[in-house]
Design a binder for this molecule. Structure first.
Ligand code: A2P
Length: 245
C-alpha cells in the first residue's frame, strides 16, 4: 500500500461521495476499468475500489458509498483535502476493453457506484480508437445521485441516465428499459447484436445476474483474459448500497 494525499472531495448525497488523491509513481500502470484496495492506515480494513480516473491522469479518483456504521466508509466519508489514505499499488481486474472482441458500439451499463470503472473508460482516449460509438447508461434512485453527469455530458459518448425513485424524463430500471426497447428507441439505435455490440456491466449482484442472463439468452459470450467475448462484468469489486461499507 502507498500513502496518498487527498486532493479534493465531493459529496452528492447522504450516501455517495467521490474523491481525488495523488498518484505515486510506484502505483503500477493500470487499464481503464480496473480496481485497487483502499484503507485508512489505522486498522486492517481494506476495500476494493474501481479507479474512476483515466490511466493517463496524474491523479487517482474514486467513487464511494457512505455507510454510517461501515468499518471503512464511516471514516472515509470524512476525509478532507490534505489528509492521507492508503491506496494499493497493484490495480487489477477483468472489466477491461482487452477482454472484449472488436466491435462497433461499446455499451457501459452501470447502477449506483458501478459507474466508477466506466468513468475511467470514457476518460481514456484509447476507448474511442476501438469503437465508433460509446453509450454509457447510469441508473440511480434519485436525480441528485447522477454523479459526474456534467463531465459525462462533455465526453464524446451517448450518456443515458435513468432514475427509479422519482419522476425523470427517462424513468425506471435500465433492465426494464432494455427489455421494452425504450433505450433503443430513445437513442435511435438497433437492438443489441453479437456482431456489432459489446457490453460492459457493473452494478449490484442482482442487476449483474439479470443482465448476464439476458445477454446469454441473446447468444452473447462472457469475455475473459484468455478468451475475449461479447460482454464483461464485474461482480465483486464495487461497493454498493447494502454492502458492509
Ligand atoms: P430501484 O430503485 O428500483 O431499486 P442502489 O442505490 O440500491 O445500489 O441501486 C441503484 C439503482 O439500481 C437503483 O436505481 C435501483 O433501482 C437499480 N437496481 C437495483 N437492482 C436492480 C436490478 N436487479 N436490475 C436493475 N436495476 C436495479
Amino acid at each position: 500500500m502507498n500513502l496518498e494525499t487527498v486532493l479534493s472531495v465531493r459529496h452528492y448525497s447522504d450516501d455517495l461521495f467521490s474523491f481525488q488523491t495523488t498518484r505515486s509513481a510506484d502505483i503500477r500502470a493500470f487499464k481503464a476499468g480496473q480496481f485497487t484496495m483502499i484503507g485508512m492506515g489505522d486498522n486492517d480494513i481494506l476495500r476494493a475500489y474501481s479507479i474512476a480516473s483515466a490511466p493517463t491522469d496524474s491523479h487517482l479518483e474514486f467513487f464511494s458509498i457512505k455507510v454510517q456504521d461501515g468499518p471503512l466508509t464511516s471514516r472515509l466519508q470524512h476525509i478532507q483535502a490534505g489528509d492521507q489514505i492508503e491506496v494499493g499499488d497493484r490495480p487489477t481486474g477483468t472489466l477491461v476493453l482487452d477482454n472484449l472482441l472488436p466491435g462497433q458500439r461499446l455499451w457501459c451499463i452501470a447502477t449506483g457506484t458501478g459507474l466508477a470503472p466506466f468513468l475511467s473508460i470514457v476518460r481514456d482516449p484509447s476507448t474511442f480508437a476501438r469503437f465508433d460509438e460509446v453509450i454509457l447508461t447510469h441508473t440511480v434512485r434519485t436525480a441528485r445521485e447522477l454523479a459526474f453527469a456534467e463531465m459525462l455530458e462533455s465526453r464524446p459518448i451517448r450518456y443515458y441516465p435513468t432514475v427509479t425513485r422519482e419522476a425523470f424524463h427517462t424513468e425506471g430500471r435500465i433492465t426494464d428499459r432494455l427489455a421494452s426497447g425504450a433505450v433503443f428507441e430513445d437513442l435511435n439505435l438497433p437492438q443489441w447484436s453479437a456482431d456489432c455490440d459489446r457490453i460492459m456491466i457493473c452494478g449490484s449482484p442482482a442487476f449483474n445476474n439479470e443482465l448476464r442472463a439476458d445477454l446469454q439468452a441473446r447468444g452473447f459470450q462472457h469475455g475473459t483474459n484468455r478468451a475475449p467475448g461479447h460482454f464483461v462484468q464485474e461482480r465483486a469489486f464495487v461497493m454498493q448500497r447494502g454492502d458492509p461499507g
